[in-house]
Ligand binder design. Structure first.
Ligand code: IZC
Ligand code: ZN
Length: 425
């Protein structure tokens, strides 16, 4: 019987279908199905066939894309970003060089609070316009689904403005964006002495955010000088009661016990986890909370100690990777660089890394049923790489290896010979 498809990708050198029934945990992260000399059939924006070229011989297609023996994978998923913000923080680079710690910059009114000031002073339209080039760059690195947080308003009006910007970007841009409310990102200077009152104010926003469907998840920065574990528990429990999924910025700088709290509250993910205890690692695995690791941030903050990815995997956790793209602690859209850092600093294997930026990242933002796989019925979000094999991407670091990106079955971004456009030759 012949199968009729819209588009058939042929001569794929290596295809990673990433077939999974849920997040890949522990040892499962290390085994990767690779189909050589493969084909991928797309119809009505979805994958309808994947297999070898021989198996594809019965397929008729309106359009063919010759992949010239390149690597083909699912579109990547970036499950932790702070996409929408005013201003930028390049002036903090000198402070960092002088050794001023991230939390001291924040304590002195800089860091997150300087971005809050800039975001309050930026209109909705300008926030949207400012985020678009970042979004284009994120797509150019092969990401087709991502998460974006608010958290640079710290007042109801500006938090809503950020969430509305995220919604508009999700509607206007081909990239799929999952929204998270991070009103509990820092304590605004005006409420410095009343963090509980501030959290009450942010929690009073839950109803409106839910009604307007402006966020699926609620997140909090559980950190020394920001919010305690106790405050985080109360705040997140209230969010849970409203039906939000939960995320935590946990143990990024000091090991307060954010991972244990994430497990206790059945959070979908706990993110950062640099200082997480043995107990926290164990409990996340038991609860099925996904460990979202952000090695770009550890690198950018100049720290020696990275999250214990290998122990997390040995303890049967599902690990995902994200950029943490933000104007302070990780100003990069380059998820491929994060894959290299995961190899070099977290000592993850290439097989684990590919699971961490596809299947597991999709599950970390509740999109495991749509994104992160190229199996039948999934969205045809595809990356064709300028590489012959999957080992090559984390290896050749700091540059963009994307050849083309397909979103919902259509080519939305194309490079050639490693660059976007040559104005010479
Ligand atoms: O703007 O510094 N860690 N939040 C918690 C951040 C980093 C983003 C920022
Ligand atoms: Zn973050």
């Amino acid at each position: 019987m012949t199968l009729q498809v819209d588009t058939l990708l042929i001569n794929i050198g290596q295809l990673l279908p990433m077939k999974a029934n849920g997040p890949k945990k522990g040892k499962e992260m290390g085994s990767l199905e690779v189909i050589e000399h493969a084909a991928l059939g797309i119809k009505d924006e979805k994958v309808v066939f994947y297999g070898t070229m021989e198996e594809a011989s019965h397929i008729k297609s309106k359009e063919q894309i010759d992949c010239q023996n390149k690597l083909v994978t699912p579109g990547l998923v970036d499950p932790h970003t702070h996409l929408v913000f005013g201003g930028s923080r390049e002036h903090e680079m000198a402070l960092k060089q002088q050794g001023v710690p991230y939390l001291d910059i924040l304590k002195n009114g800089g860091g997150i609070l300087s971005t809050v000031e800039a975001t309050r002073n930026t209109s909705l339209e300008d926030l949207i316009d400012k985020a678009k080039p970042h979004l284009n760059r994120i797509l150019s690195y092969g990401v087709t689904t991502m998460e974006a947080k608010s958290g640079y308003g710290l007042d109801p009006e500006t938090e809503l403005k950020q969430l509305e910007a995220i919604r508009a970007l999700n509607q206007d841009h081909v990239l799929d964006i999952v929204s998270t409310f991070l009103g509990a990102h820092a304590i605004p200077a005006s409420q410095k002495d009343d963090p509980d009152g501030f959290l009450d104010e942010m929690a009073r926003m839950f109803e409106e955010i839910k009604e307007k469907n402006l966020a699926e998840y609620v997140d909090i920065f559980t950190e020394t000088g920001v919010f305690t574990v106790e405050q985080s528990r109360r705040f997140l429990q209230r969010a849970k009661d409203y039906g939000f999924g939960l995320k935590i910025h946990a143990d990024e700088i000091d090991p307060l016990g954010g991972a244990e709290l994430a497990a206790e509250l059945d959070a979908i993910s706990a993110d950062h986890l640099v200082g997480t205890s043995d107990e926290g690692i164990k409990r996340m695995a038991q609860a099925g909370t996904i460990a979202v690791l952000l090695p770009g941030t550890t690198f950018y903050l100049g720290k020696e100690t990275y999250a214990r990815a290998i122990e997390m995997i040995q303890q049967d956790n599902a690990v995902a990777l994200a950029t943490d793209f933000n104007p302070g602690s990780c100003p990069t859209e380059n998820i491929q660089l994060i894959m290299s850092l995961a190899a070099l600093r977290l000592k993850m294997t290439p097989e684990e890394i590919w699971h961490a930026v596809t299947v597991n990242a999709a599950h970390a933002i509740g999109r495991g049923d749509q994104a992160g796989q190229l199996t039948v019925g999934r969205k045809a979000d595809v990356v064709i790489w300028d590489a012959a094999n999957y080992l090559y991407i984390p290896y050749h670091y700091g540059v963009n290896h994307v050849h083309a990106v397909l979103k919902n079955g259509k080519v939305v971004y194309k490079r050639g010979n490693g660059v976007e456009r040559l104005s010479f030759s």
